[in-house]
Every structure is written in C-alpha cells, then in structure tokens.
Design a protein around this ligand. Structure first.
Ligand SMILES: [Zn+2]
Ligand SMILES: [Zn+2]
Length: 268
C-alpha cells in the first residue's frame, strides 16, 4: 500500500539518549505498539546487510549461563518471551542463516543519519506491516551513526522511533572483541538487536505502559532502571555492552529482558 508522505519529528535511540530530528518519510499507520500486541498474528524480522558487514550467523552459537543456543535464536527467544500469556500470540519469524538474509551492495558511507537509514530501508525492505502482520527491518551497516549533530562512534545500534527500522553498526560490533570467534562481539550483536527491537515494540514506556515504574529517572529516555536488563540505557554503547556481556555470560539468561520489562509487554 502506498502511504502518504508527512513531515514529523522522528525520535531515535542511540548512545543512551533520545533525539528528535525532522524527517520526511512514508508513515505506516500500522506501526504501533497496539497493533503489534493486539492484532498482529505474525511478526517477521527481515534482515539485510551491506556486503562485508554481515551479522554473525551460520553455525555459530552462544553459551549464556551454561545454555547453548544458535545465535539468532537469542533474538527469537527474547521476542517470544514478550508475548507469553497474551491473548494474541504472533508467529515469530527470525532468519537464522545468512542465506535467509539479504545482501546489499557496498554503500561506502563513513556515517549514517536517521534519514539515510530510512531511505535505505525504503529501497530494500519487502514486507509491509498491516493490521495482521508486523515486519521489522534490520540492516547491518559499515560506518557509524550520525545523530544529526555529530558522529556517534560508540553507538552499536539504533531504533528509528515510530518505525520498524533498526540499524546495527558492524564496525562498532567488531570493536567489542578480537575476532569473530569471540563471545563478546556475538553477544553484543544479539543484545543490541534485542534492545533496539524492544524500543520499536514499545519499551520502556515508549508505547507499552509500565505495570510498575521502572523507567530510567535520570532523563536517559525510554530505558529500564535495572543495569542487568538489556533495556538499561548504557546497554547500547560499546564499552558498557562489553561489561554487560561479561556479567551476563555467567549470571544472565538467554532472555535478556528483566521481569519488569516482560511484565509491561505481557500486561499491555
Ligand atoms: Zn536504547
Ligand atoms: Zn527492564
């Protein structure tokens, strides 16, 4: 369906802060928390990557607190956990192998604004959300995020507010550890996906009302106040994500949302 073009304030998340920029794009009226949680029978994560910036995928696993899971199952398990006990439970589809993800040509950009990312999404995504289906578009990019005022070289991922578009900056993921075989970069990549899609779905107090107050009280945006929850504000920047990965490797759970974040989704 062709949607109308509108000027609006776009809120995005990155580096622990919310920012607004002016943005012209096609608004999809079905991209709302209410739609995701009350009428959508299907939730599909579409993944694309700039050539050379592909996510960790095929044949790789993560062991979290003694449990070994295939990499993209981490995201799938976390999304599934949000819908436990709800009256409408969508079928969740997350690609597991690179062959099920879309390779895009090298973009050669040193930095990306929100507008650049949305434009790329418009060009390459195929699924469109409706009342009964939700499509997220995740794209892995080279270069760094630019929040409209400056480059943000430690931001691992961003969720473009009010849309289903998420970008992961692969160069920054790689900087969290030595080599693709390491636990930390793999964990950081999945945790960032879980965090950013969490924002897009409505966490924290970003469409999903809180069952009990647990939003960051220090002005860090739509984040959880629990440092051991994937929605904590610092858990989308490079340095703190490394620390989070190290702690959660031993003490964590495959499901990275804490109980308060899960309760918001389950009680909506
Ligand atoms: Zn965030
Ligand atoms: Zn939380």
């Amino acid at each position: 369906m062709r949607l109308f073009l509108i000027m609006m304030a776009l809120v995005f998340f990155g580096c622990g802060k919310e920012k607004s920029v002016s943005d012209a794009r096609n608004l999809n009226p079905y991209e709302t928390t209410k739609n995701y949680f009350t009428s959508s029978a299907k939730l599909v994560v579409e993944v694309a990557y700039e050539s050379g910036q592909e996510p960790y995928a095929d044949g790789t696993t993560l062991t979290i607190a003694g449990e070994t899971v295939a990499l993209w199952e981490v995201l799938e398990r976390n999304l599934t956990a949000l819908f436990v006990g709800r009256s409408v439970i969508p079928t969740i589809t997350v690609p597991k192998q690179l062959a099920a993800m879309k390779e895009l040509p090298v973009q050669g950009k040193a930095s990306w604004t929100a507008e650049d990312i949305l434009k790329l999404g418009e060009q390459h995504r195929t699924g469109r959300s409706s009342t009964s289906e939700t499509y997220f578009f995740v794209v892995f990019l080279g270069g760094v995020f630019n929040d409209g005022s400056a480059d943000r070289p430690t931001t691992v991922g961003v969720s473009l507010g009010g849309t289903t578009v998420v970008a992961i900056f692969k160069d920054v993921v790689r900087q969290t550890g030595m080599g693709a075989a390491g636990f930390i970069p793999r964990y950081v990549e999945q945790a960032t996906l879980v965090h950013e899609i969490g924002h897009a779905l409505g966490l924290v107090d970003n469409g999903l009302p809180m069952k009990v107050a647990h939003k960051d009280a220090d002005g860090h945006g739509a984040h959880c106040n629990n440092p051991d929850c994937v929605m904590y504000w610092l858990n989308e920047g490079r340095t703190d994500l490394i620390q989070f990965a190290i702690r959660m490797n031993v003490l964590g759970n495959v499901v990275m949302y804490d109980q308060k974040c899960l309760d918001d989704a389950r009680n909506f």
